[in-house]
Design a protein around this ligand. Sequence first.
Ligand SMILES: NC(=O)c1ccc[n+]([C@@H]2O[C@H](COP(=O)([O-])OP(=O)(O)OC[C@H]3O[C@@H](n4cnc5c(N)ncnc54)[C@H](O)[C@@H]3O)[C@@H](O)[C@H]2O)c1
Ligand SMILES: [Zn+2]
Length: 381
Amino acid sequence: MTAPLRTDPATVKVALGDRSYDIVIGRGLVASLGARIKMLRPGAKAFIVTDENVAQTQLGAVKASLDNVQITANGTVVAPGENSKSYRVFEQVCEAIIAARIERGDLIIALGGGVVGDLAGFAASAVRRGIDYVQVPTTLLAQVDSSIGGKTAINSAHGKNLIGAFHQPVLVVADTATLDTLPAREFRAGYAEVAKYALLGDAAFFSWLEANWRDVFAGGKSSGSSAREHAIAVSCRAKAAIVARDERETAERQLLNLGHTFGHALEAACGFSDRLLHGEAVAAGMALAFAFSARRQLIDPAEAGRAIGHLAKVGLPTAPKDIAGGLPAVDRLMDLISQDKKVKRGMPTFILVRGIGAAFVDNSVDREEVRAFLSEKLAEK
Ligand SMILES: NC(=O)c1ccc[n+]([C@@H]2O[C@H](COP(=O)([O-])OP(=O)(O)OC[C@H]3O[C@@H](n4cnc5c(N)ncnc54)[C@H](O)[C@@H]3O)[C@@H](O)[C@H]2O)c1
Ligand SMILES: [Zn+2]
């Protein structure tokens, strides 16, 4: 059976008053991007920010779609990878937008993964004190996470995402066909964030993922399945609901950090290198959060095992021993945990669980308890 060219798009609303916007999800949506933009902002010019990999595989179709409806589009192509979230590249992107005479009524298009989305979104927030932008996410992580919610940023020498702004997009178009060219490892890493929504707040979605994850991975390449689109739509709905209730992360939005306190420390321990992708670190971090919650007798160990087992089954790391190249000693990991952005007065915030789909924010976790737990985990062979 051949892959379907299109699936009916699903629309998820992010309800933020006069800054509300739609996330449209479906296979083949890039073809209608131009028409959607024309409807949203008649007469506007567009400026596309993308990276070299995405330019090779997706830029032609995006330009053709804009061209079809006579939208004038310029753009800039940055190098792929986290290093493009720098002051230097940020400056280049801003200058290119100004040189193309993009004005306040025009639109920036962020075409790519989370790196391009964060960089282009931040440039859009800054040039002329704010230009509207459209997210066209092309990685699974970007489709279910980074393109939604308006967090934009570049990195500082002191840490990731420390220079940025909240700037909501005016539209998100998630074309699942763009994922066909994504390397399998990147797709799997993005799946960790899909599993995160299930694990933090939706037990029924978790059961569905256990039964359907193979179709989600196969996507349109398997017999006409729309399991991938369903998983992305459920994930977007979960994030949209949380963002609508807590846009600036004062409370509930913290739940989206499930797996991220441990995960960021692991990522930093690997030097934010290809040894451990963000989603892989989050998977290991979530597994640690479940194991730690079981150790604190918050959750039935069998249920924690079920959560960890699913992550392992799809091929994600779930323990320090799964991380190639080894990890530093526990003291170093504890230092990295206390440097987490989410630290309040030296005590990191942990997202712990009372069950699958029942995460909560815990500000009272004892340092020594975390150290003892991590020592045990590091000793596992
Ligand atoms: N703003 C937020 O709320 C938020 C949330 C989570 C993560 N992030 C940020 O997102 C970034 C990570 O995003 P990412 O995982 O998408 O990484 P990424 O943007 O670096 O993309 C991963 C790799 O895939 C390539 N690629 C992208 N789309 C492709 C496609 N369709 N076909 C082939 N190759 C493709 C890219 O060129 C890159 O090499 C981090 O900087 C992180 O801080 C932001
Ligand atoms: Zn994440």
